[in-house]
Design a protein around this ligand. Sequence first.
Ligand SMILES: [Zn+2]
Length: 80
Amino acid sequence: MRMLIWLVLIYVGFKIVKGFLANRKAEEPPAKKDEEALRDPVCGVYVARDDAVIGTVEGERIYFCSMACLEKYRDQIEQK
Ligand SMILES: [Zn+2]
């Protein structure tokens, strides 16, 4: 019978520790605060700086959602 009590105590202790670790994880911010949303000038979609395709057009750094949009933008500039 004593063995069973110990098993219950170990189980409860394990659950408390597990819950504590889960809470600590939840306190961490889900995303970096400096992760800026940048607007794709071609399709108007907002992209995170880390996910963006960076295109240098006429010496300016412009962020796009995909290579397709970057190419479209370059075509538009050339047509002017
Ligand atoms: Zn786009």
